[in-house]
Design a protein around this ligand. Structure first.
Ligand SMILES: Nc1ncnc2c1ncn2[C@@H]1O[C@H](COP(=O)(O)OP(=O)(O)OP(=O)(O)O)[C@@H](O)[C@H]1O
Length: 583
């Protein structure tokens, strides 16, 4: 499928990216001055050489010629200095701009909902936020440094040569136009290979991230060989794409080398003809020769930039595409806030759900009701829909049918910030960051004070663990056990003080001491809060008020725990018997 582009060849949705890249007026003026100097100074070089040659032939003194040589050297040094300043300024401006793009992209991607993150691996997003942004940054630097400066230099050369001899100027201009046309044709050949190469790179990053994230599982299940084979396949695809991209680049360079040799020969012939007819001095012939050589570098830089331009264009298209992604969960027109304190009621009314892009109904006709402060235990076989139900309560997705209400409000009407503040979640897959204990508890938000954090850690049974850390709350979290990670997650939930807690119990086996600390913390966390516990161990449901048994997305049993446990025919009762847990 062909990529859609606007009339100017710029992919759609890219304007906002380009706006973010635009520098302020003062840095832009400084850069323009540096580019002008970096272009004008090299243009003056051949004029000095002409003077030197003509004066030398005319019998000028060594002192005079030495002065001209020193002037030439000074000019060359100044030219290089101007180029260095331009490179530095262009690099700084490009990185300032791309950091703005990066920040915007990262914020935007984090704000998108689960449906989006289900379709894109974190590795793919890293490639977008880093790889594509770097490609755009590289191009912006190169564009300012090579494209703008090269076009100015070419124009300058043609104008100066016109001044020397208009006929030779015409030949040079025609020659430049021909080379330019050839390059424009070659550019089209380079488009698909650059796009293929970046797509292969994104796939490789995605595969790498997935394998690194699941390294433990892959090793434990002996899936290393399959994993390496798959990795080899995506690496080979990237190698082939990069190779073909490089081949296109090499062919372009080889073609231009031949074209330039021919151009230099033509100019030398013309200069020789003009000299023999007495219209040019030897110095001017040398000047023309030098200008002809000068044409080569800007063209070569431009050719190189064509490939970077393709990469940047492909990157811009993907960045623009990511920025154009919208949340599929609509923001409420008139957002309402959940009550700011106290436990929150939960009510699901005929809720059905299917994941986006998937026809299979995962939940159907779920109806349940929890008064403020009540707790519900969700049980059911793996794949029965427990986690999905929890996701709807957290409004990570909206029901396809029915309504989910918290605190009496339809979740679709609730203000996002209030929802995140008042509904807490502890998942079995606790995410810890390579940051201090404090930051892991507050999730980088302002801390309520170290005393409060210590009190909370003490409350979840991590007091001794904290005391043993070398730098206390400032110690970087690493190498914690699964049980400790769970307890840290409880501490986070306590800190947020939600009115409704969704708790996905850890299914992994923990040692009895940690298990009892977790049981104790769950008890404290649910005290005075409404709770939904996805239970993997029936023993941990002894404290809940209600039980819902899920099977293939439907509630097949629902009632007060005590009633179900007492009923000899209830499924919950039979599950308790099977698990050897007293009713
Ligand atoms: N992000 C997703 N996209 C598409 N389908 C999904 C997604 N997550 C889960 N499912 C499917 O939805 C169904 C219910 O899954 P869910 O994770 O809710 O079950 P569960 O009862 O929590 O299982 P477990 O006890 O193993 O965690 C399964 O068939 C699963 O394959």
């Amino acid at each position: 499928m062909r990529r859609r582009t606007t009339d100017r060849g710029i992919p759609p949705h890219s304007n906002s990216v380009l706006r973010l890249l635009r520098p302020g007026p003062r840095p832009a003026a400084a850069l323009a001055a540096a580019i002008a100097a970096a272009t004008a100074l090299p243009l003056a070089g051949p004029q000095i050489t002409r003077r030197f040659v003509d004066d030398a032939i005319g019998g000028a003194s060594i002192r005079h010629l030495s002065l001209i040589a020193v002037g030439y050297l000074g000019l060359a040094v100044a030219g290089q200095a101007a180029r260095m300043v331009t490179a530095w300024l262009a690099g700084r401006l490009a990185w300032d701009g791309t950091n703005r793009v990066r920040e915007r992209l990262a914020g935007h991607a984090l704000g998108l909902d689960m449906a989006f993150h289900g379709r894109h691996t974190p590795g793919e997003l890293i490639e977008r936020v880093d790889g594509d942004v770097v490609a755009v940054a590289d191009f912006v630097v190169a564009f300012l440094l090579d494209v703008v400066a090269s076009v100015l230099l070419l124009t300058g050369v043609v104008v100066v040569v016109f001044g020397v001899d208009w006929r030779i100027g015409c030949v040079l201009l025609a020659y430049c136009l021909l080379i330019g046309y050839g390059m424009a044709r070659a550019q089209r050949a380079a488009v698909p290979s650059a796009a293929r190469s970046r797509a292969a790179s994104a796939t490789l990053f995605g595969a790498l991230e997935e394998r690194l994230a699941g390294a433990e599982e892959i090793r434990a299940n002996g899936a290393g060989e399959h994993s390496v084979r798959r990795f080899h396949q995506v690496s080979a695809a990237l190698f082939r794409a990069e190779n073909s991209d490089a081949r296109v680049g090499t062919m372009l360079l080889a073609g231009t080398s031949v074209a330039f040799a021919a151009g230099t020969a033509i100019m030398l012939g013309l200069a020789a003809w003009a000299m023999s007819s007495g219209t040019l001095t030897v110095g001017t012939a040398v000047l023309l020769f030098q200008y002809t050589l000068m044409v080569r570098t800007p063209f070569e830089r431009l050719i190189d930039q064509i490939r970077q331009y393709q990469a940047a264009l492909a990157g811009l298209a993907r960045i623009g595409g990511l920025l154009a992604e919208r949340r599929t969960l609509p923001e409420p027109a008139r957002p309402r806030r959940l009550p700011s304190s106290g436990p929150l009621a939960l009510r699901l009314d005929g809720v059905s759900f299917a994941y986006p892009d998937d026809d299979e109904q995962v939940l159907s006709g779920i109806t349940l009701d929890l008064a403020p402060g009540e707790t519900l235990g969700l049980v059911g076989r793996t794949g029965s829909g427990k986690t999905t139900l929890a996701r709807l309560v957290l409004r990570l997705y909206d029901p396809v049918e029915g309504v989910a209400r918290v605190g009496g409000l339809d979740l679709r009407e609730v203000d996002q910030a209030s929802l995140r503040r008042r509904i807490g979640v502890v998942t079995q897959d606790v995410q810890l960051f390579a940051a201090s204990v404090r930051d892991n508890l507050t999730l980088f938000r302002p801390s309520p004070g170290d005393d409060r954090l210590r009190e909370i850690l003490d409350g979840v049974g991590l007091g001794e663990w904290l005391a043993a850390l070398p730098d206390g709350l400032d110690t970087e979290v690493r190498g914690v056990s699964a049980g400790e990670a769970q307890l840290i997650a409880f501490a986070r939930a306590f800190l947020a003080d939600p009115g409704l807690v969704v708790l996905d119990e850890a299914s992994s086996r923990l040692d009895p001491a940690t298990e009892s600390r977790i049981e104790h913390s769950v008890g404290r966390l649910l005290d005075g809060r409404t709770g939904v516990i996805i239970a993997h161990r029936l023993s941990s449901l002894s404290r809940v008020d209600k039980i819902a048994v899920l099977d293939q997305g439907k509630i097949i049993e629902y009632g007060r725990r005590a009633d179900l446990a007492a009923d000899p025919r209830s499924r919950y009762g039979r599950l308790l018997d099977l698990a050897g847990v007293s009713r």
